[in-house]
Design a protein around this ligand. Structure first.
Ligand code: F6R
Length: 610
C-alpha cells in the first residue's frame, strides 16, 4: 500500500525523496507529497497523481534542506485530493507525518481532539496522528515521549515517519503491522516502507518489528519498544541491486519482469538441485528437519497470485509426497477457527512477505503452536522473519504491480519443496532425477515461448475488443486458468473469469456465445482429452477458443480458432510454462486498450492493510 521515504544527512533531501517516491510508486499512485526541513522550517509540496506531477511542482529553492519525508498514497480514508495527501501536520505545523496503514479508532480520537479545538484539514485517518503528537508534546515537551504516548493511543496498523519542525535533523519511524525499514548509510540514514528506494544509497537495512520506534539522525539510530526497552537487533544486507529496480530499456516493468522468467528460474534453482540423487537442498529448512519429517498435513495460505501458486503446490505435494494438503486464502484462514496441531505445517506464500492477511495467518498458526514455513521473495520481510523456516524465491525485486516473475519462482520453489518432502517419503530416485532434469530445461523452454511474442501481440489485437473472457484449465492448470484471468482483469480491465474445466457445465456454459471467448489451457497432460471435450462443447455453442497447447499438437490446430504453444514438459511443471504466454497476452491486451500495465487503477503492489 502507501509508500514512505525519509532522509536525514548531509545532502539535499528533495532529490533523494523524489527518487525514492518514484521507486515506491508501485505502492500507490493516487497522490504524492514531500516535507523538507530547511533553515526556515518545514516546507511541503503535494500533488494528485503520479510522482512526476509532484516533481514538476517542487521548487528546489523553497524545498531546500537536509532532512525530509515523502509519501505516495493508495487512498483508504478520503478520496485522492490534495488535502488528503501526506505528509499531514498538526495545528501548529510542528510535526509532519507520513503514514501507511489504517487507524481503526480514528473516529473516536478525532472527536476527542476536535473537542480540544484541533482543526482537521483532511478526511484521512492518518492526520489524527499529527494532532495526537501535538497534544502529547504539550505535556511531555519531549519529542520521543510525545510520539511514544501518541502511538500507544492508536488502534490499527501503521508504518510511520514523523518529522518534527521543533527539532530538525531527526526522523522518528515506528511500526505496527505495516513494514518500516531503516537504511543505514555513512553520515546519512533513511527510513522507508520497504528496501527498494534505499538500494541506490545503501544495502544495510534494519527492519523494525511491531511495537518498535526508531529515532533516526544523520549520525545514527536508536530503536526502542513503545514500552521504552532498548532494542539491539543488528542490520541485514540486502542482495538486490538498484539496477534491478530500473526498467533496463523495457517500456514497462511488467514486460521486463515477464522476460526475466528464464533468469528467475535459474536463480531460484541455483545451488539447490542435487541432480544425481534427484534431491533438492533447501538450506532454510534445516531448523525444522525433524518436524517436516513428521508432518502429516499441510495447509498452504496466500492471497491473489500467491494463492494460485499454492493450488499448484497442493497438487504436486499430494501426488509426489503423499501428504494431505489444503489450500486456503489467508484472509479466510485468519478469521475462521482452523483446526491446527503439531503435525500440521502451515506454508505461507507471499512475494512481498508483508501482505497483512498472510502475515496474520502465520501469526494465527504460531499462536496455535503450529510449525510455519514462509515462501517469500523479500529478504528480511515480516513473513520471512516470523516463520519458523523459509525458502526464498530469489526472483529479485518485483516492481510491476502484476505479479509475474514471482509466480514463476513460487512454482519452482514448490517443486523443490515437493522433491524435498517426496524423496524422503514415496518419490523414487528416478522420479526425483527426472524432475530435476526437467527443471533445468525450463529456462530454455521459456525462451522458446518468447519467440512467439509477435503472434501473441497479434492475438491481443484480435481479442482486445471483447469485454469478457473465460479461462479454462484442469488439474495442474486449474490454477493457471485463474492466474491467467487475474492478470487480464488487473491490467486490461477486461472481465475475465477462471474456471475449472470440469465445472464449466455446472453454470459457466450459460455465458458462452460469440462475444465470450474462452482461453483453454490444453497442454498434453493426463487431462488433455477431457479438455478437448470441453473445447468441443464451447465450439458447439458458437464460442471462440484460443488454446494454449503443446508444440506440434495437430488436433488443437483443427479444433481451436487460435493457438499459442508451449514446449513439452512434465505435467507437474506445465503450469510454469503455460502461464508465460498468458502473462504476455495480458500485457499486450493492456497495451491494445491503451492502458498502463505498470499502474493498474485501484491496485497497489503490497497489500499491507486489510
Ligand atoms: C497479482 C498480484 C496480487 C498479489 C497478492 C499477494 O498480480 O500481484 O494478487 O499476488 O497481493 O501479494 P504477496 O505475494 O506479496 O503476498
Amino acid at each position: 500500500m502507501c509508500g514512505i521515504i525519509g532522509y536525514v544527512g548531509e545532502k539535499e533531501a528533495l532529490p533523494i525523496l523524489l527518487d525514492g517516491l518514484r521507486r515506491l510508486e508501485y505502492r500507490g499512485y493516487d497522490s504524492a507529497g514531500v516535507a523538507v526541513a530547511g533553515k526556515k522550517g518545514v516546507k511541503t509540496a503535494r500533488a494528485i497523481g503520479k510522482v512526476a506531477v509532484l516533481a514538476s511542482r517542487c521548487e528546489r529553492k523553497t524545498l531546500s534542506g537536509m532532512a525530509g519525508i515523502g509519501h505516495t498514497r493508495w487512498a483508504t480514508h478520503g478520496k485522492p485530493a490534495t488535502r488528503n495527501t501526506h505528509p499531514h501536520t498538526d495545528c501548529t505545523k510542528s510535526f509532519f507525518i507520513a503514514h501507511n496503514g489504517i487507524i481503526e479508532n480514528h473516529e473516536e480520537l478525532r472527536t476527542e481532539l476536535t473537542k480540544k479545538r484541533h482543526i482537521f484539514k483532511s478526511e484521512t485517518d492518518s492526520e489524527i496522528i499529527a494532532h495526537l503528537i501535538e497534544e502529547e508534546y504539550r505535556d511531555a515537551q519531549n519529542l520521543e515521549k510525545a510520539v511514544q504516548f501518541a502511538l500507544l493511543r492508536l488502534r490499527g496498523t501503521y508504518g510511520l515517519a514523523v518529522m518534527p519542525n521543533v527539532l530538525p535533523g531527526k526522523i522518528i519511524a515506528a511500526r505496527m503491522g505495516a513494514p518500516i525499514a531503516i537504511g543505514l548509510g555513512e553520515g546519512e540514514n533513511f527510513v522507508a516502507s520497504d528496501a527498494v528506494p534505499l538500494l541506490p544509497h545503501t544495502r544495510t537495512v534494519l527492519y523494525l518489528e511491531d511495537g518498535e520506534m526508531a529515532v533516526v539522525t544523520a549520525k545514527g539510530h536508536a530503536v526502542r519498544t513503545l514500552q521504552n526497552k532498548l532494542v539491539t537487533r543488528g542490520a541485514e544486507m540486502i542482495e538486490w541491486s538498484a539496477d534491478n529496480t530500473q526498467k533496463g530499456g523495457f517500456p514497462h516493468f511488467t514486460l521486463k519482469e515477464i522476460r526475466e522468467g528464464p533468469e528467475v528460474v535459474r536463480n531460484t534453482l541455483r545451488g539447490r538441485l542435487i541432480m544425481e540423487n534427484g534431491l533438492a537442498n533447501l538450506g532454510g529448512l534445516q531448523n525444522i528437519t525433524q518436524s517436516l519429517h513428521n508432518a502429516k498435513r499441510i495447509i498452504i495460505v496466500g492471497c491473489g497470485t500467491a494463492l494460485h501458486a499454492a493450488r499448484v503446490g497442493e497438487y504436486m505435494i499430494e501426488e509426489y509426497a503423499g501428504i494431505p494438503v489444503e489450500v486456503e486464502s489467508a484472509s479466510e484462514f485468519r478469521y475462521r477457527k482452523p483446526v491446527l496441531d503439531k503435525e500440521t505445517l502451515v506454508i505461507a506464500i507471499s512475494q512481498s512477505g508483508e501482505t497483512a492477511d498472510t502475515l496474520e495467518a502465520v501469526r494465527e498458526a504460531k499462536r496455535k503452536g503450529t510449525m510455519t514455513l514462509g515462501v517469500t521473495n523479500a529478504v528480511g520481510s515480516s513473513i520471512a522473519r516470523e516463520t519458523d523456516a523459509g525458502i526464498y524465491n530469489h526472483a529479485g525485486p518485483e516492481v510491476s504491480v502484476l505479479s509475474t516473475k514471482a509466480y514463476i519462482s513460487q512454482l519452482v520453489v514448490l517443486v523443490l519443496l515437493t522433491m524435498h518432502l517426496g524423496r524422503e517419503r514415496q518419490m523414487s530416485l528416478s522420479a526425483g532425477k527426472r524432475i530435476a532434469k526437467e527443471l533445468e530445461e525450463l529456462p530454455k523452454k521459456i525462451e522458446k515461448i518468447f519467440a512467439q511474442e509477435k503472434e501473441i501481440k497479434k492475438l491481443a489485437k484480435k481479442y482486445a475488443k471483447y469485454e469478457h473472457l473465460l479461462y479454462l484449465g484442469r488439474k495442474y492448470n486449474f490454477a493457471t486458468a485463474f492466474e491467467g484471468a487475474l492478470k487480464v482483469k488487473e491490467a486490461s480491465y477486461i472481465h475475465a473469469e477462471g474456471c475449472g474445466a470440469g465445472e464449466m457445465k455446472h453454470g459457466f456454459i450459460a455465458l458462452i456465445d460469440k462475444n465470450f471467448p474462452t482461453i483453454a489451457i490444453t497442454p498434453e497432460t493426463s487431462v488433455y482429452d477431457k479438455m478437448l471435450s470441453n473445447i468441443q462443447e464451447i465450439k458447439a455453442r458458437g464460442g471462440r477458443v484460443l488454446a494454449v497447447a503443446t508444440e506440434g499438437d495437430r488436433r488443437i490446430m483443427r479444433l481451436a480458432d487460435d493457438a499459442l504453444y508451449i514446449p513439452k514438459t512434465l505435467e507437474m511443471l506445465s503450469p510454469i510454462l503455460a502461464v508465460v504466454p498468458l502473462q504476455l497476452f495480458a500485457y499486450y491486451l493492456t497495451l491494445e486498450r491503451r492502458l498502463d500495465p505498470d499502474r493498474p487503477r485501484n491496485l497497489a503492489k503490497s497489500v499491507t492493510v486489510e
